[in-house]
Write a protein that binds this ligand. Structure first.
Ligand code: ZN
Ligand code: ZN
Length: 277
């Protein structure tokens, strides 16, 4: 089955926790019929430097993506992206990386709450000792704070606080609405990240409930697999368009030079690209 969608969330060995050549990711995407991909590796601002590239590697990463862009030009569009940890005490550094490099898009992500790596199993005992609802509130307030910096284009895995399978007792829809309003006001896109299906949460990020709220508030959507190996490229894409449409969306956001273009889902009316206002 050929799926005309982009996969904007791909990691590489530069981050030291992914595997396989970058070529193998591109070739897998071509095999699946994806129309565009983007590498979005972890930038050198992660609180745990062993999980991201170093500053010395950044220009090499960029050169590699540019090289693949040219090599595969006739088969697939390759974009230069990055996943930026929105660490609030390192905003100057983040701004500097963004200004000095011409990315096609920037994914802003949260992997730590006050230094706590909540998405790593060995630290999940905190969910047992603290209130899950309070942790969720803190997480989404951090998402809001990050979005308000206006530094990035796409909010990465927007509800990955559920990754370890811990769910809040209370209804979070009020908070989701608030997050959606902030994203809309900051002109931020959200990604449907299919890696959530392979986590203990057993569903994409965001949940359908949350995605419906984001759609209702007019926040554009894009999609990514969060692959750390070639086999995961485009994972669950056979059902992701349905999921996105079920939430109410008709268009998918594509990025080039940090400009967003909305295209109809499934490539129908390919020639009728909608210029985003
Ligand atoms: Zn990673
Ligand atoms: Zn991430």
């Amino acid at each position: 089955m050929k799926v005309k969608l982009p996969d904007y969330h791909l990691h590489t060995t530069f981050c030291k926790h992914a595997e396989g050549s970058m070529e193998s990711y591109v070739e897998r995407a071509i095999e699946l019929g994806l129309d565009e991909i983007g590498f979005s590796d972890h930038m050198p601002v992660m609180p745990e430097p062993q999980f991201c590239m170093g500053y010395d590697q950044l220009p090499i990463y960029i050169d590699r993506v540019r090289e693949l862009q040219i090599r595969y030009e006739s088969q697939i569009s390759v974009r230069l992206g990055c996943e930026m940890d929105m660490v609030t005490d390192r905003l100057d550094e983040i701004r500097d990386i963004i200004e000095k490099n011409s990315f096609d898009y920037i994914i802003g992500s949260i992997h730590y709450l006050g230094g706590w790596p909540f998405d790593q199993k060995q630290y999940s005992h905190v969910f047992e000792t603290d209130s899950i609802d309070r942790i969720y509130e803190r997480f989404f307030n951090t998402i809001i704070e990050a979005a308000k910096t206006g530094l990035y284009d796409i909010t990465g895995h927007i509800d990955n606080i559920k990754r370890m399978g811990y769910r809040p007792a209370n209804d979070m829809s009020g908070l989701y609405e608030h997050v959606a309003e902030v994203l809309k006001s900051m002109d931020c896109t959200v990604e449907v990240n299919t890696s959530g299906i392979d986590s203990a949460a057993r569903e994409p990020y965001p949940s359908l409930e949350f995605l419906r709220i984001l759609c209702a508030k007019g926040v554009p959507v894009t999609v990514g697999s969060d692959s750390h190996n070639a086999e995961s490229v485009g994972r669950y894409y056979d059902r992701v368009s349905e999921y996105i449409k079920e939430a109410g969306y008709n268009h998918i956001a594509y990025f080039k030079g940090r400009k967003r273009i909305l295209k109809p889902i499934d490539g129908t009316n390919q020639n009728k690209e909608v210029n985003d206002e």
